[in-house]
Design a protein around this ligand. Structure first.
Ligand SMILES: Cc1cc2nc3c(=O)[nH]c(=O)nc-3n(C[C@H](O)[C@H](O)[C@H](O)COP(=O)(O)OP(=O)(O)OC[C@H]3O[C@@H](n4cnc5c(N)ncnc54)[C@H](O)[C@@H]3O)c2cc1C
Length: 457
């Protein structure tokens, strides 16, 4: 005889099936493993059920059916931030995968785009480029616009144009009571404030209206040296970033690459130090600004004027699902001690990437009309990525990723960048002073705490 709990779960499953038919996929169904798989393959998520809606109306139906059955709900577009969501018990959660809700309409005259809730940056970049436009996308084209923008979003345009979240003009969102509503500066303004940082804690965003950037091309690229040059290159980059104008956004990384045939020979099996980024200046001024770094004689120098649509390839993020464990800290400055700490800790071959992103500028200035999160309070993000090839390697990968960021403890500030949060961290500092108001608005818009999110408020 089944237990009371099992009976209750069976009743919920039956209610979902009654309401949604074969659109709901339960554990044990043939498609369950396929629909619960995600970008970060180190995470083995096992939700109560999965639904892959293809329209806003279907999202409404799912939210109504799940809440009527007494289940919780989580939006997930690609699973790039799956470690955060995996801290929630998913045994009573209906996962709403937005991978079928993709599409972009560009309005060039308004320099804006309407983006469906599961769209990825590659979709927007491709749609905007024919109009000589681009977007505040991050380094990976297969990250979703909603998951990135509504958690902040740090791009190679960040020091000039601020965080991606500030480009969001309106959202269409399905709230906990199953209503499909618009939130903007004029409609449901408190929800619009909350979702810009509170993201999936407030509902399922079925479309976003975002502002585009007027760049058909951009001066961008990367400089690469063997890892033996890490001390000199990191020191020079730290000095350089302290003086460059806000038109320059760059990243320094030490990468330990496995010998893989799919990697180009200049990367396969090597440890390298790479500086990449964008310089929003004329070619002549960009060349002048880059001179101190080029004087260090990089082995490879690809900085040049490129179509803005190619910027998303500059950082060489993995193009396919990857097992990843990441950690980060936000720093106010990069003094000599921090540089020395990076040089030492980045040599750990257990890391795939040890990186410092230069932020500050517009990315650090909160906007008076911005949402709950409109800036990251700091000048640098230190970020580690380890790639455990098998599940048994996750503890060692976590140890390497944590050791890198722990080396910066003496210089780390309180702030965190929401898009860089992985598992195992207190997320509160990512919301800064907005946390109390966010929690009050969560109690108003989602009083039964229906929505679970990677960065729960
Ligand atoms: C290789 C790689 C490169 C990255 N590069 C950058 C970068 O350059 N800059 C940067 O800032 N970040 C970067 N990130 C981090 C990335 O932006 C975050 O992990 C982001 O949250 C991923 O969004 P997603 O929707 O693709 O992931 P998901 O895991 O699917 O979603 C993350 C969270 O976003 C919310 N969400 C997603 N879609 C919706 C929706 N439609 N409605 C409501 N809530 C939704 C949910 O709360 C969900 O838990 C990178 C991550 C990786 C792995």
């Amino acid at each position: 005889m089944s237990s009371i709990t099992e009976t209750a779960l069976d009743e919920r499953a039956a209610k979902l099936r009654d309401a949604l038919g074969s659109r709901v996929i339960l554990a044990g169904d043939a498609d369950y493993d396929a629909v619960r798989s995600l970008w970060n393959v180190a995470v083995d998520q096992r939700p109560f059920a999965v639904v892959v809606p293809a329209s806003a109306e279907e999202v409404v139906a799912v939210v109504r059916a799940a809440t009527a059955a007494g289940l919780r709900i989580a939006a997930q577009s690609t699973g790039h931030a799956a470690p955060g969501l995996s801290e929630t018990d998913l045994s009573d959660v209906v996962l709403v995968r937005l991978s079928a809700l993709r599409g972009v309409t560009v309005h060039p005259e308004a320099r804006a785009a309407i983006v469906l809730g599961g769209s990825q940056w590659n979709d927007v970049i491709a749609a905007a480029a024919p109009h000589g436009l681009t977007a505040l996308h991050g380094s990976a084209g297969d990250v979703s616009v909603a998951g990135y923008s509504l958690n902040g979003g740090v791009s190679f345009y960040a020091r000039t144009h601020g965080l991606g979240v500030n480009a969001v003009r309106a959202v269409q969102i399905v709230t906990a009571d199953g209503s499909l509503i618009r939130a903007s500066a004029r409609e449901n303004a408190d929800l619009f404030w909350a979702v810009r940082g509170g993201s999936g804690s407030f509902g399922i965003v079925v479309s976003l209206e975002i502002e585009l950037l007027p760049y058909a091309d951009v001066f961008a690229g990367m400089l690469l040296w063997g890892a033996a040059h890490t001390p000199a290159v990191t020191r020079a980059w730290a000095e350089w970033t302290a003086s460059v104008p806000e038109s320059v956004t760059s990243t320094l990384r030490v990468m330990h690459l496995p010998p893989l045939p799919e990697l180009p020979p200049f990367l396969s099996g090597r440890s390298v130090v790479v500086i990449d980024g964008a310089v929003l200046e004329s070619d002549a001024r960009a060349d002048e600004l880059l001179r101190p770094l080029r004087d260090l004689a990089p082995e490879i120098d690809t900085f040049a004027r490129i179509p803005s649509a190619a910027l998303v390839q500059v950082h060489m993020d993995p193009p396919q699902p990857t097992p990843a464990v990441t950690r980060h800290r936000v720093l106010d400055a990069l003094p000599e001690g921090a540089v020395a700490a990076f040089v030492e800790a980045s040599a750990d071959p257990g890391l795939f990437v040890a990186e410092i992103r230069h932020i500050g500028g517009a990315a650090a200035r909160p906007l008076p009309d911005g949402g709950a999160v409109s800036a990251v309070d700091g000048d640098y993000i230190v970020h580690s990525i380890a790639v455990p090839p098998v599940p048994e390697a996750v503890p060692a990968a976590s140890a390497s990723a944590t050791a890198l960021v722990d080396a910066f403890e003496p210089w780390a500030g309180e702030a965190l960048a929401l898009t860089f949060l992985d598992g195992g961290m207190d997320r509160s500092p990512g919301f800064g002073a907005s946390l109390d108001r966010l929690r009050a608005l969560k109690a108003h818009w989602d009083p039964r705490n229906v929505f679970a999110a990677a960065n729960s408020v």
